[in-house]
Design a protein around this ligand. Structure first.
Ligand code: CU
Length: 556
């Protein structure tokens, strides 16, 4: 009996070893034959020494196939594609997953079978097909969660390219819209316009999110329904809870009762198209305060400042709040803004939060400012940075390749603007319409966001007159052949100066681009073209906007 057991044990050990050896042998043989498995050539290097794109690059997106198994490997284990291309994984054996992340740590950027529940993950069986489109350049490692420890891993290298470099017209929103929050959702590469309204008359708040697909240049009105109609001026950002990313949104206002605000929080899962209440309202809202600037840093949503619609007839607040998704909770930071502000262009670069501009709100009147700050939420410090070269507010700031872009916006003449100011946190200096040029249609209170490296989207908002609502959308793509066209038009801001006083426009020079050509308005914009702020040396601050010319606030 003992001999028999020992023999059996030895047999099984040998069998396991042999299987492991055979699997490895098969695996390496498969690797050698990857060219037979996919039709595309592999391991081709471009002139920069980077992997060349598999197959023939085309203006339209392509699908690249990867087989999952039948052994403990992906075939091929490396694919090189262009932005907008799709990888299609097909299971040739059961009990495997495709889970984004290095080593054995799923990072929830994408995963089989449907990009949900990436952690801890799902194993799928033979015949499963999972597709994911890559919209941002980069190198994406992925694993099988069951077999990553024995090396079942792959990588997707995505190189950037633009069908059209620079700004171009995108498909318009399904309707006019303003006061939406733009959110790029990395897990599916789509851009969302959250909340907002179709007009400034009561009862026209949006009830569903809008989804823009960069690959098809189309908008879709999603089925998920907001929990209420207090959805103007909401603060949104992508946060991950238990491994799944969501768009969290806090606060908001509505037209029918302009002095009523909400602190309500909900989260939207774009993949399952579901909206879920989050039982942790933003405490600063009370029933009267609209969120100020907002940004995400290390999986926390920050709100800087805001608009108290009641106190003093309407005024800015100076509070800074931090939201943590799990468990959902808010903390008021011990730091306050040096000046109370609402609608602050705000973004995150590295471990710091930056602002450029924002609305002074006094007795219910909004005035664009040049206040610019850097905030460290860990050290609880906030200090001034070089001031943005023009007053603005009621727009967003975006982190684009490590620079803060402040996107047009503003209401104090000659705003609204189409100018894109870029703050370099290393040099503590601003550039105007460089590296990203001005967009075409000046506007404020529009939805905008970026993938961080290559693309920017914006949609809706108020037109150059500050009144007309827009449906139009624009998209920026950087890369591919050639540089973006440096031909911003200042026509938009120029027309807005019609009612401006000379003193007001004198400081509004920043919004006029150096290439401004006459647009026929006999307004003081001539002074604007005479002093393009692009030539301001770093550290020289333009005169702050004087307070006394605010335009009356429409319903927030
Ligand atoms: Cu596996």
């Amino acid at each position: 009996m003992k001999t028999s057991n020992a023999a059996r044990l030895i047999f099984w050990l040998a069998a396991i070893f042999a299987v492991g050896f055979l699997v490895r042998a098969e695996s390496s043989e498969k690797r050698a034959n990857t060219a037979n498995i996919t039709s595309a050539p592999l391991r081709i290097v471009d002139q920069n020494g980077r992997p060349a794109v598999s197959g023939v690059p085309s203006a339209t997106s392509q699908i690249v196939d990867v087989m999952v198994g039948p052994d403990f490997a992906f075939h091929p284990d490396t694919v090189n594609i262009s932005v907008g291309d799709t990888v299609r994984w097909t299971w040739a054996a059961s009990g495997h997953s495709v889970s984004s992340g290095p080593h054995c740590v799923p990072d929830s950027q994408f995963c089989s079978p449907n990009d949900t529940g990436c952690f801890p993950g799902t194993l799928s069986n033979t015949g499963t097909v999972y597709m994911h489109t890559f919209n941002t350049p980069g190198s994406y490692s992925y694993i099988c969660i069951a077999h990553c420890s024995i090396g079942m891993a792959g990588v997707v290298n995505v190189t950037g390219s633009c069908a059209q470099s620079g700004w171009s017209t995108a498909a318009p929103l399904p309707t006019t819209g303003t006061r939406m929050a733009g959110v790029y959702f990395p897990a599916n590469g789509k851009f969302y316009a959250m909340g907002g309204r179709a007009s400034d008359t009561a009862g026209n708040e949006f009830t569903h999110p809008f989804e823009y697909d960069p690959n098809t240049n189309t908008w879709m009105t999603k089925a998920a329904t907001y929990p209420d109609n207090t959805v103007n001026n909401i603060a949104c950002g992508v946060l991950t809870d238990a491994g799944t990313p969501y768009i969290y949104c806090a606060g908001g206002s509505r037209v029918s009762t302009p002095t009523v605000a909400t602190g309500r929080v909900f989260r939207y899962d774009p993949v399952t198209d579901t909206i879920t209440p989050v039982a942790a309202p933003w405490p600063a809202a009370g029933t009267t305060v609209i969120p100020g600037g907002f940004t995400v840093l290390q999986n926390k949503l920050y709100i800087l400042g805001g608009y108290d619609t009641v106190t003093g007839g309407g005024q800015g607040i100076n509070q800074i709040w931090e939201f943590t998704p799990s468990p959902a909770a808010w903390v008021q930071k011990p730091t306050v803004l040096p000046v109370p502000l609402g609608y602050i262009p705000t973004t995150t670069i590295g471990s710091l939060i930056y602002t450029g501009g924002g609305s002074d709100i006094t007795a219910g009147l909004l005035t664009d400012t040049t206040n610019s700050f850097v905030y460290n939420p860990v050290a609880n410090t906030i200090s001034a940075i070089a001031a943005i070269p023009r007053p603005t507010g009621e727009t967003r700031a975006l982190n684009f390749n490590g620079k803060m872009l402040v996107m047009g916006g503003g209401r104090t003449a000659p705003n609204p603007s189409n100018e894109v100011d870029a703050y370099d946190p290393v040099a503590n200096s601003w550039a105007v319409n460089s590296p990203v040029p001005a967009f075409v249609n000046a506007r404020r209170n529009f939805a905008t966001d970026t993938d961080g490296t290559t693309r920017i989207w914006l949609a809706g908002g108020y037109d150059v007159d500050g009144i007309t609502l827009l449906a139009s959308a624009e998209r920026f793509c950087q890369g591919g052949g050639g540089t973006p066209t440096p031909t911003p038009t200042a026509t938009a801001t120029a027309t807005a100066t019609a009612t401006a006083t000379a003193t007001a426009t004198a400081t509004g020079t920043a919004t006029a681009s150096p290439t401004a050509t006459a647009t026929g308005t006999a307004s003081p914009t001539a002074t604007a073209t005479a002093s393009p702020t692009a030539t301001l040396p770093p550290g020289v601050r333009p005169t702050p906007t004087p307070r006394p010319r605010p335009t009356p606030a429409p319903r927030p």
